[in-house]
Design a protein around this ligand. Structure first.
Ligand code: PLP
Length: 247
């Protein structure tokens, strides 16, 4: 079996909280600051309303939940209200220069209108092709809303299965540190393994379950609604239980 569970390369133990973007944005604005978000673990995972929530900017990679492959193209969001603000600091590249004057090669930088003005360099066509193929599959699946709905059930089932193991072992061997509320999480559960954590992680890997390891004892698992099944989640539970008995 080879199950490509979504994994990621964040830096901390990261319990997988889906933070309250609206509240953070409001707090930033009240303090006179811009609100920008790193959405590496959110893009393609949870529903985002960046424009409506008045987020100033955001960035994300597309190789985690968006399946574009390692080294795939990244994305940025800049709120429409900043489009005409030419004084804003930006990573100005020649491809973002207004198109009608781009090749006049005049000194200074005059950004193009809207999103076009944030382009940096010529687009990497091969990476865009991979990204488009991935996004087409999302569209075929009906977009993120039905996927998130299935994802909530799938992750909820993983939570249930893990708690079942804890109750049959009469000990909280696997402590889930991700919030219980589906409003505060996406697909990922971060699980503290009380016993033989690394062996358990390796056991999962050897059996084709690709999760993610965080020192000293956290396993992060993300059943992905696009391609993981409830049966696979059940099997993961069996593996976790077996690993506790074996190790
Ligand atoms: C994966 C990830 C990124 C993306 O970094 P890349 O340079 O695109 O690999 C950024 N932030 C966080 C928190 C991540 O987990």
């Amino acid at each position: 079996m080879n199950w490509p569970w979504c994994c990621s390369a964040g830096s901390t133990i990261s319990p997988g909280n889906f933070f309250d973007i609206e509240a953070i944005t409001k707090a930033a604005h009240n303090a006179g600051a811009y609100a920008g978000f790193d959405l590496a673990h959110a893009a393609g995972n949870v529903m985002l309303q960046l424009h409506d929530l008045d987020v100033d900017f955001a960035t994300w990679c597309s190789y985690k939940y968006m399946n574009s492959g390692p080294g795939g193209i990244s994305g940025i969001f800049v709120h429409e209200k900043h489009f005409e603000n030419k004084a804003l600091n930006r990573f100005a590249g020649w491809w973002g220069y207004r198109q009608d004057k781009r090749f006049l090669m005049a000194p200074g930088f005059q950004p193009d209108e809207g999103a076009a003005g944030w382009q940096v360099s010529t687009s990497p066509v091969m990476l865009l092709t991979l990204h488009k193929a991935a996004l087409d599959i999302f569209e075929e699946a009906g977009g993120l809303a039905p996927l998130r709905a299935k994802g909530d059930l799938l992750t909820g089932f993983l939570e249930f299965v893990i708690n079942e193991i804890n109750s049959t072992k009469d000990e909280e061997l696997f402590k889930i540190i991700t919030p219980k509320s589906k409003a505060e999480r996406g697909s990922q559960l971060s699980i503290v393994c009380k016993r033989n954590a690394k062996q358990t992680f390796n056991y999962l890997t050897e059996n084709g379950v690709i999760g993610d390891w965080r020192e000293p004892n956290v396993i992060r698992l993300s059943p992905v609604p696009l391609y993981n099944t409830f049966e696979q989640v059940f099997e993961v539970g069996r593996m976790l239980a077996a690993s506790v008995d074996e190790n």
